[in-house]
Structure formats: structure tokens, C-alpha cells
Design a protein around this ligand. Structure first.
Ligand code: UGA
Length: 434
């Protein structure tokens, strides 16, 4: 069995490399020639721990190849995993143009039976549209099946999530499709759940929106903590010990970002509303998340009063640690506001600076990217922490203090322990902890 993976973004690259690692023969396909050239010459378009090694090893042992010839690749394979983007449209819904384009391409190159697997996050009922499109565009009566196999890969740990999944959801409507997917994921038999396609599609959106809801919930509790003597971290520990709640995704901060939660929660709101369902619960979770940046900036202003001409060190630009991704990162809105108020920024992130330079280019005296956390801190009137990279947690705080003009820390991710920071002479602001 030969597998094609269309789309070489985060999901496609990890899926292609992961399926090859499981022993299958895989072609990764993308119409973006430059991207394919880069991968074929040993490069990786994104930073993802372990991905480069996995790609290289499987390309070397002949299990994995990449091509920009979409039509020829479709003809060559038996199973096609669709991993193209579904970006957000102005009304919150997902833009399905790329999925439709791929469906047409598959239909036009339907040389023999093929199983088309939706891997990208798509709205419930997408398979019906793919099927209709393929029926409209196929040139012969060759049979095909559609299936849904949503991905649950977290950026920063996508490779290990693929290779050690906690569940594999397979949405199918025929036994043939089911048997093929069971064979592909044979290694994980004990973790496979088979459903119909609508259910599988919805499981993905429902999972991401629930996790986003959980984050907004703890952020709401943080707001209460800040007006009382309660401590949000202890609230989270106390809640999380109840196995029905669980300890994860209860970290208060400046809100969720990335290419998934902000987009998926809006898409699910739109799906529900289009179906006549009151989606105010999720809308409110999204609104709470949007408000996190304002709440953080209020803390900065509480510390500095006027931001104009203040030297501010910004540590952490990525939407979370272990990635260079800045999509929907809270840092973007925070930087925009600081610059609007006239602050002078020295920015540092271990991986995401190049991406941020695309949005906010270097501007002498205003926006300066530096090579280390300590360099950012030099002469700063305040230090802002926006991403919980491990290297920030291990900063030498005495050195930090000696480098700063004013020892003020505004910690958007509760990286430090107030009991340790304050005795060193810092004025320390964090989230949900007085
Ligand atoms: C998320 C899901 O966790 C994956 O299961 C899913 O497959 C993926 O979306 C996707 O749909 O492709 P990801 O966006 O990579 O993965 O990142 P997460 O680790 O889920 O974090 C999302 C955001 O929530 C980050 O900005 C993070 O800082 C924030 N977060 C997370 C919190 O603010 N508090 C927490 O307790 C946990």
C-alpha cells in the first residue's frame, strides 16, 4: 500500500514522516515547488523538535519521498491523506478552498480505487462536500471512499504525539475504508475508535474547543484571584486533583494562541450557529481569551504608568514554547500596543524572532531583536515574559536585576515564584497571584 500526503505544513510533514516511520511507503506532496526543493535538499520549512531527524531517516531508508507533481502522485498512491490548510475567513468559518481544490485534483486523477482521508481540521459534514465534488469531477466510474482521521498533534511535541497517540479516531462509512485505516494504524489497535464520519470530524473541533474553554475558565478564575487573596496556581492544583477535571490545560496566562484553538473555536461557533444552535458558551470563552492581552497590558501600565520612551525587554514571542510559530500569538497584539504607545522594545525568543521580524521589522531605537535574554534586559525599565521557554525559567535573577534600569517583571506565564523573586528586590506582577 502506498500513501500520499497532500500538504507539507505542520500536519502534513509530521503525518508523512510518522506514517513512513510506521513502515509505510509515503509520498509527501505539495504544489509549492520551493518548499519541496527545500525538503528534498535536507531542509525543514518549520522548527519542530525531532522532525528533521525523522524526515531524514525515512528519506534515507527509501520509505519517504517528496514531490510537487500533485497529479502524478495521486495516480501513484492508494490512500491520500489530505493535510492542506483550512484558514479562517472573516465570518469565523474555515476557508475550504484548498480542500475543494484537492478533491477536484483527486477526482481528475482517479486511476483506480482510492481512499481519501481528511486529516486537516474540517467542519462536520465536510466529507459530504468532498464526495459530491469528486462525483462531479471524476472522469470514470472508479470507486473511492472518504474517511476522517483527525490529527491531535501539538506543535512542539507533534512527532511524539504522532508516534505515541492517546487515541486514533477513524470515521468511516464502509468496511473497506475501515480495514485500510486499521491496517495503517495496526500498531495502535488498542487506541483506535471507529465512528461515522460526521462524528470523527466533530470530535476534533469538540476537543480543541473544550481545551480552549478550559483555559478561558482558569483565566476567569485568575481574574477573581487577582481581586482576592486566592492563588490561581493552587486553585488549578486543587481542581486538577479531581480526576473528572484533570490537571492539564489549567495554566492561567495571557491566553491561548496558535493556528488551532483561536480558529477552531470560532469555526465551531459558526458551524453551530448555522445549524441553529446557541453557541454563546464558546463565544464567551473566545471573548475571555481576547481580553487576556488587555489585562496583561493593564499590569504593564500599572507598573510603568507612561510607556512612551520606556525601554521594555520582551522575552518570548512564539505562541508557546518549543516552536517558532507566532500565528495568533498574544505577543503580536502586545507588541503592537507597546509600539503604539511609543515604547522602545528589545525582543528575544529562542526560535521565533525571524517570523516576528516579518511582522515587526527592526527599527533602530524602537524595535530591536537581540541574541540573548540578558541582552534584551540590559537597561530595561521593565521585563515582560510572554512565552514560558525553559531558558527563561533558569535565568540568573541576580544578574537580571543588575542589568535592569528598574527591577520590574511582568510575567504573563507565571514562570517565576513570587516568593523567590520579590525578596531579590523585584517588583513582580504575574497572573492570578497577588
Ligand atoms: C492544539 C491541541 O492541543 C492539539 O491536540 C491539536 O491537534 C492541535 O491544536 C491542532 O488542532 O492541530 P497546539 O495549538 O499546538 O495544539 O498547542 P497547545 O499545546 O494545545 O496550546 C495552545 C495554546 O494554549 C497555547 O497558546 C498555550 O500557551 C495555551 N495554553 C495551553 C494555556 O494558555 N494554558 C494551558 O494550560 C495550556
Amino acid at each position: 500500500m502506498k500513501i500520499g500526503v497532500i500538504g507539507t505544513g505542520y500536519v502534513g510533514l509530521v503525518t508523512a514522516a510518522g506514517l513512513a516511520e510506521l513502515g509505510h511507503r509515503v509520498i509527501g506532496v505539495d504544489k509549492d515547488e520551493a518548499k519541496i526543493q527545500k525538503i528534498n535538499s535536507g531542509g525543514v520549512p518549520i522548527y519542530e523538535p525531532g522532525l528533521e531527524e525523522l524526515l531524514r531517516a525515512n528519506m534515507k531508508r527509501g520509505k519517504l519521498s517528496f514531490s510537487q507533481d500533485v497529479a502524478a502522485s495521486i495516480r501513484e498512491v492508494d490512500v491520500i491523506f489530505v493535510c492542506v490548510g483550512t484558514p479562517q475567513l472573516d465570518d469565523g468559518s474555515a476557508d475550504m478552498c484548498q480542500i475543494e481544490e484537492v478533491s477536484r485534483q483527486i477526482a481528475e486523477n482517479l486511476s483506480r480505487y482510492k481512499l481519501v482521508v481528511e486529516k486537516s481540521t474540517v467542519p462536520v459534514k465536510t466529507s459530504h462536500w468532498i464526495k459530491r465534488t469528486m462525483n462531479l469531477y471524476r472522469k470514470s466510474e472508479v470507486e473511492f471512499d472518504i474517511a476522517s482521521n483527525p490529527e491531535f498533534l501539538r506543535e512542539g511535541s507533534a512527532v511524539s504525539d504522532f508516534l505515541n497517540p492517546d487515541r486514533i479516531i477513524i470515521g468511516v462509512e464502509t468496511d473497506r475504508a475501515k480495514d485500510i485505516l486499521l491496517e495503517i494504524y495496526q500498531k495502535y489497535r488498542d487506541r483506535i475508535i471507529v465512528t461515522n464520519i460526521d462524528t470523527a470530524e466533530l470530535i476534533k473541533h469538540a476537543s480543541n474547543s473544550f481545551l480552549a474553554l478550559k483555559i478561558s475558565y482558569i483565566n476567569l478564575m485568575a481574574n477573581i484571584c487577582e481581586r482576592t487573596e486566592a492563588n490561581v496556581e493552587q486553585v488549578a492544583v486543587g481542581m486538577g486533583l479531581d480526576p473528572r477535571i484533570g490537571p492539564r490545560f489549567l495554566k492561567a496566562g495571557i491566553g491561548y494562541g496558535g493556528s488551532c484553538f483561536p480558529k477552531d473555536i470560532k469555526a465551531l461557533v459558526k458551524i453551530g450557529e448555522d445549524l441553529g444552535v446557541d453557541m454563546s458558551l464558546l463565544k464567551e470563552a473566545d471573548r475571555i481569551n481576547f481580553d487576556r492581552v488587555r489585562i496583561f497590558l493593564d499590569k504593564v501600565k500599572q507598573a510603568l504608568w507612561i510607556l512612551k520612551d520606556k525601554n521594555i525587554a520582551v522575552l518570548g514571542l512564539a505562541f508557546k514554547p518549543e516552536t517558532d510559530d507566532i500565528r495568533e500569538a498574544p505577543s503580536i497584539r502586545i507588541i503592537r500596543e507597546l509600539l503604539r504607545e511609543g515604547a522602545r522594545l528589545r525582543l528575544y525568543d529562542p526560535k521565533a524572532m525571524d517570523n516576528m521580524k516579518g511582522l515587526y521589522p527592526e527599527e533602530p531605537g524602537r524595535t530591536t531583536y537581540v541574541a540573548s535574554a540578558y541582552e534584551a534586559i540590559k537597561g530595561a525599565n521593565a521585563l515582560l515574559l510572554l512565552t514560558e521557554w525553559e531558558e527563561f525559567a533558569s535565568l540568573d535573577l541576580s544578574r537580571v536585576k543588575s542589568l535592569m534600569a528598574n527591577p520590574i517583571i511582568v510575567d504573563g506565564r507565571n514562570i517565576f515564584d513570587p516568593e523567590k523573586v520579590r525578596p531579590l528586590g523585584f517588583e513582580y506582577y504575574s497572573i492570578g497571584r497577588r
